[in-house]
Design a protein around this ligand. Structure first.
Ligand code: SF4
Length: 367
């Protein structure tokens, strides 16, 4: 059974009605529980929980310490292409946007790798726009070969593949996959993704399960926050992560909480996810799934990232560029979105030390 099948049981569930009836007692009870079910998780996403934000933050902190100690893995993204066949209205790389398009040559990838690894980064996230013509599997395999010379951990954020495609990448040395469902609301998804392979909601939702079946070691999911209401999106993303953890017990499951950032075009978020909501979401997920990686990227400000650390952040990007080959560029063009935290790797490390935590550059070695 895939998560798509599981999600069907919520087709007639009225989130607004349920949330409106969550009481103080229900919230307090869910915070205290050792093992939370889906309704407890939903209680913690209700506005009532904002009255207990310190209690939930304290519990999230304790659980995080128990499972992860005080360490935070640093990584950097490397964008290798911004060609994309899809038309996501909220993204600068949409096929309808008139931007300079490029695919990095292998020499350019090597140059970027030298710079990023020179910062001390040992884990890399390779990112592409979604075009299997401009960045086919053979190209990606060669990219991985280069990345493995410089980094100990290689994750990818790319267009969805079938299981054989993921097996090919796993055999080439890829450890993990990050793929966001963007919105878990199937009707809204169809409105926002009208063109290209991404228009297939079910195929995208089942992507991590194909990668899990191909033995990927890390699987990371999330919703793009701002596209739809906060409660149902975090609820389904958390339920999705929990499903993956049960189905692939040997994989590390992670969740990201990307909030929409300004990008080229005229799209404006449907809802504003406040800092308080973000904190609530991260804590609720930590209570619902104790052992889950939580990633915060440079979409968020340095100050906020600093304050989120004790709540159970386990991975952070640093010194990120969202431009294709952005680490070697002298002139800057359109990135996928605007980065918020422009601190250097050394500055991010210092911030983590100041919090009493340990920045980890390498938690995995490729044999
Ligand atoms: S969000 Fe992804 S699929 Fe959509 S336009 Fe941007 S790069 Fe392409």
């Amino acid at each position: 059974m895939t998560f798509y099948d599981i999600k069907q049981k919520y087709n007639t569930f009225n989130f607004e009605k349920y949330i409106a009836n969550v009481s103080d007692e229900m919230v307090k009870n869910s915070i205290q529980k050792e093992s939370l079910d889906e309704m407890d998780f939903l209680n913690l996403l209700s506005p009532k929980t904002l009255n207990y934000i310190e209690d939930i933050a304290q519990k999230a902190h304790e659980i995080s310490l128990k499972h992860f100690g005080k360490s935070i893995l640093l990584y950097a993204p490397l964008y290798v292409s911004n060609f994309c066949i899809n038309n996501c209205v909220y993204c600068s790389f949409s096929t309808s946007n008139n931007i300079k398009r490029e695919v990095l040559s292998f020499g350019e990838i090597e140059e970027n790798c030298k710079i990023i690894s020179g910062y001390g980064i040992r884990h890399i996230l390779l990112v592409t726009g979604e075009s299997n013509v401009k960045t086919p599997l053979d190209y990606l395999k060669k990219c991985i070969e280069i990345l493995k010379k410089y980094f100990d951990g290689v994750d990818m954020e790319l267009y969805p593949l079938d299981e054989n495609g993921y097996k090919t990448l796993a055999n080439a040395g890829v450890d993990g996959l990050t793929i966001y469902q963007e919105t878990y609301n199937e009707n809204l998804y169809k409105i926002l993704h009208t063109k290209g392979a991404k228009a297939d909601y079910k195929y995208r939702l089942e992507t991590c399960e194909r990668a899990g079946a191909a033995n990927f070691r890390n699987l990371n999911v999330g919703a793009l926050l701002g596209l739809n209401d906060f409660v149902s999106e975090i609820f389904f993303a958390g339920a999705h992560a929990k499903h993956l953890q049960k189905k692939f017990p040997s994989a590390e499951i992670g969740m990201s909480f990307p909030r929409l950032r300004p990008a080229m075009g005229t799209y404006h978020p449907k809802t504003i996810i406040t800092n308080k909501n973000l904190i609530q979401a991260i804590c609720a997920v930590r209570l619902f799934i104790n052992r889950i990686n939580v990633t915060v990227s440079t979409r968020e400000s340095n100050n906020l990232r600093n304050n989120l650390i004790p709540l159970g952040i386990t991975k952070m990007s640093a010194a990120s560029s969202t431009e294709v080959g952005g680490y070697t560029k002298k002139e800057h063009f359109d990135g996928q979105f605007e980065v918020n935290d422009i601190a250097t790797v050394e500055e991010v490390k210092e911030m983590i030390y100041q919090k009493g935590y340990q920045p980890v550059m390498k938690d995995w070695t490729i044999l």
